[in-house]
Design a protein around this ligand. Structure first.
Ligand code: FAD
Length: 409
């Protein structure tokens, strides 16, 4: 087990500074343009691929950092640059992690390289779980996967929504129901390979923030994928379903549901770290502005009303980061999330980002309200953190039920 320390090691500091340089020199200057264009920033993804930030190697290195701080540190720096562009860069990683976590060696080796493409021809991937009638309530998912034994193929039908990179991805990872009797334990994940007939993009959403990140519906109409595209393989699925059926029969269904929720505890701190990045970016702009903007013959930071606001902003950002780092450390060291500490970190960091970015607009006055300054964009971007990967209400529900020892539905 890695010894606990509050300090990044030399290697981590080097990576952090490298990422910060990319965020400051490449991402931030492009942010306003791609926000206005509401399009995937392919040239920026290409730049990231050229320097090695957009790659499985980089993502895996951070993911397997024994201190647990690799991913939160990387997320904070990239999202400090710009949330929409950063999501375009890390969105593929979120889909790749699904394959890394559940796929066989062969599936990992076959599909993950196709998710990224290469620096000369970059590709992206999408993770498709949410549906129009299954957002917070994942168990009510309706997309069906039916096995055609004669052809050793799975047939997928349904509509996915809100998929980051949905429809423009080279590889889609789709979660579907294989046994409707088992709720979320009857779900399985499938790779949908490039150019699979029957997969199409539905509407592309015009969003409030993170507008450089593509979000769309994904429609599956008799989309057939080879048996080898079931993540983890058929044997493992059959064993898992048999166990779940036995537990359901024994009336142990609640434990089944809790087991599904537990996996999110480890991934939610990464979203918390994105929120910390956006909050820190807005706070830094506000601090600089408060030091240089003069009214009544002195910098506005000389007013306690403004200075105290900045003090509170900085305090909550640091508190959010500590919660994120704690949960990431717990995840990597296999500590049980007895108080839903992963959800806690995401809840606090995302609410902090919304609040801090709003306060930054106030400190910049009229300028804060214009697109000449980045804080209004950061505020629009920050609103996503309290919605995706479980809304703030769902985080509270998970924390409350965990504390009460109640089942998580
Ligand atoms: C930009 C963007 C990108 C996304 N990317 C992806 C992606 O790549 N892949 C993917 O699968 N999904 C993605 N999502 C989907 C996202 O995870 C869902 O939007 C989210 O889980 C909420 O679901 P919903 O929108 O259906 O809201 P709903 O579940 O309908 O919730 C509506 C409101 O009701 C509240 N609510 C619901 N149930 C309860 C309850 N029991 N108690 C209290 N309050 C409750 C919610 O908190 C919320 O305030 C993305 C969403 C967005 C906006």
């Amino acid at each position: 087990m890695a010894e606990f320390t509050m300090e990044l090691n030399d290697e981590q500091k080097e990576v952090r500074d490298w990422l910060h340089g990319f965020a400051a020199d490449v991402i931030r200057p492009a942010a306003a343009e791609w926000d206005e264009r509401e399009e995937t920033p392919w040239p920026v993804i290409q730049e990231a691929a050229k320097v090695g930030i957009y790659s499985l190697d980089f993502y895996a290195q951070q993911y397997f950092d024994p201190t647990g701080l690799g991913i939160p540190m990387a997320m904070e720096e990239l999202f400090w640059g710009d949330a929409g562009i950063a999501l375009s860069i890390v969105g593929t990683g979120l889909a790749a992690v699904g394959v890394l976590a559940n796929g066989t060696e062969e599936q990992i080796g076959t599909w993950i390289p196709q998710m990224y493409g290469d620096a000369g021809d970059v590709k992206v991937a999408a993770f498709c779980s949410s549906e129009p009638d299954a957002g917070s309530d994942v168990a009510s998912m309706r997309t069906r996967a039916v096995y055609d034994e004669a052809k050793d193929e799975w047939v997928l039908n349904g509509t996915k929504t809100w998929a980051t990179n949905g429809g423009i991805a080279n590889v889609h990872v789709v979660v579907a129901v294989v046994d409707p009797e088992l709720g979320s334990k009857g779900h399985a994940s499938f790779i949908v390979p490039p150019n699979t007939p029957g997969l199409s993009q539905g509407q592309k959403f015009k969003k409030h923030g993170i507008r450089a990140s593509h979000t769309a519906e994904v429609v599956l109409e008799d989309a057939r994928v080879p048996g080898s595209c079931l993540l983890g393989g058929k044997e493992k699925l059959d064993e898992r379903l048999a166990r779940a059926r036995e537990r359901a029969k024994a009336g142990d269904g609640e434990r089944v549901k809790n087991a599904a929720m537990a996996t999110f505890e480890a991934s939610r701190p990464a979203v918390g770290a994105m929120a910390v990045g956006t909050a820190r970016a807005a706070y830094e702009v506000a601090l600089d502005y408060a030091k240089t903007r003069e009214q009544f013959g002195r910098p506005i930071i000389d007013n306690q009303g403004v200075a105290f606001q900045l003090a509170d902003m900085r305090t909550s950002i640091d508190a959010a980061r500590l919660l994120v780092w704690r949960a990431s450390w717990m995840a990597v060291n296999g500590k049980p999330f007895t108080a839903a500490e992963g959800s806690m970190s995401k809840l606090f960091a995302s609410e902090t980002a919304k609040k801090v970015t709003a306060e930054a607009i106030q400190i910049l006055g009229g300028n804060g309200y214009t697109r000449e300054y980045p804080v209004e964009r950061m505020h629009r971007d920050a609103a996503i953190y309290t919605i995706f990967e479980g809304t703030s209400e769902i985080q509270r529900l998970v924390i409350a039920r965990t504390l009460a020892g109640m089942p998580i539905r």
